[in-house]
Design a protein around this ligand. Structure first.
Ligand code: SF4
Ligand code: SF4
Length: 243
């Protein structure tokens, strides 16, 4: 089954019929700065607030080389996934995607990067109703790894994500992931100093990999006392999918 070269049409107010091809749309969004861009049908399981926006555009920007995120002391090694420059690019791409779809008459709603979720606005209270993981897995860009993060074959979990929900009749850009692809790998499970991870593979519709959030949080607290930052990230570094 081919998912590429699919297109949708829109009759504009001037009578012009506009054709939007999924593959061309992806290329355009990547030219704006996205590392990965995909389209998924997410109508199954959408919260009532979003039922009028059944298509998700999943956007990701990759993190800089690993060395830039490493933090080492005599006693602690950690990796940060906080990169303001990456977030800035992601926000710019997301805004441009929303503007573009709206300019053609479709509705578009931005679910911002996780770093923006401190926003106290009404819209921000809707964000937790739609996780970026749903958009990315439905678009076939990646799966939920045993570390509980979105994992892609190209970049592991070293990406920041944003989503645009829309009613544009774009079709799926890839085969949706419905289960994890970690297979026999358990590098993140074994390296986790808090023993917070388990070797269970994610399956869509399940609660996801069982992660002991309390144990992970405790480790972040311990690192904070040494590094002054709530970071660990060893489960990101360990992933063999990382470039
Ligand atoms: S961030 Fe550290 S403590 Fe938390 S799950 Fe990953 S490896 Fe374990
Ligand atoms: S380290 Fe292995 S098990 Fe963990 S997320 Fe990456 S591929 Fe999956």
């Amino acid at each position: 089954m081919s998912f590429a070269n699919t297109q949708c049409t829109k009759v504009l107010s001037n009578g012009y019929v506009y054709k939007l091809e999924t593959e061309s749309f992806q290329k355009m969004v990547k030219s704006w700065g996205a590392t990965l861009a995909g389209v998924g049908d997410v109508r199954e399981g959408l919260a009532d607030e979003f039922r009028h926006l059944p298509i998700a555009v999943s956007l990701a920007v990759s993190h800089p080389p690993i060395a830039q995120g490493m933090v080492r002391t005599k006693t602690v090694t950690a990796y940060t996934n906080s990169f303001p420059a990456v977030d800035a690019v992601l926000e710019k791409v997301q805004k441009r995607t929303v503007s573009y779809l709206r300019s053609l008459g479709w509705k578009a709603f931005a679910i911002p990067p996780d770093t923006d979720k401190y926003d106290p606005s009404f819209a921000a209270r809707l964000y937790p109703l739609f996780p970026h993981k749903t958009a990315a897995t439905c678009a076939g860009l990646g799966w939920i790894g045993k570390n509980g993060l979105l994992v892609t074959p190209e970049y592991g979990a070293r990406l920041s994500w944003a989503t645009v929900l829309t009613d544009a009749s774009l079709t799926a850009s890839g085969k949706p992931h419905t289960k994890g692809q970690c297979n026999n790998c358990r590098c993140c499970v074994d390296i986790c100093p808090a023993k917070a991870l388990t070797p269970d593979e994610w399956v869509r519709g399940s609660c996801g990999p069982k992660i002991n959030v309390g144990a992970c949080t405790e480790r972040l607290r311990e690192n904070h006392s040494v590094l002054g930052a709530y970071i660990c990230g060893l489960c990101v570094l360990a992933c063999p999918q990382v470039r």
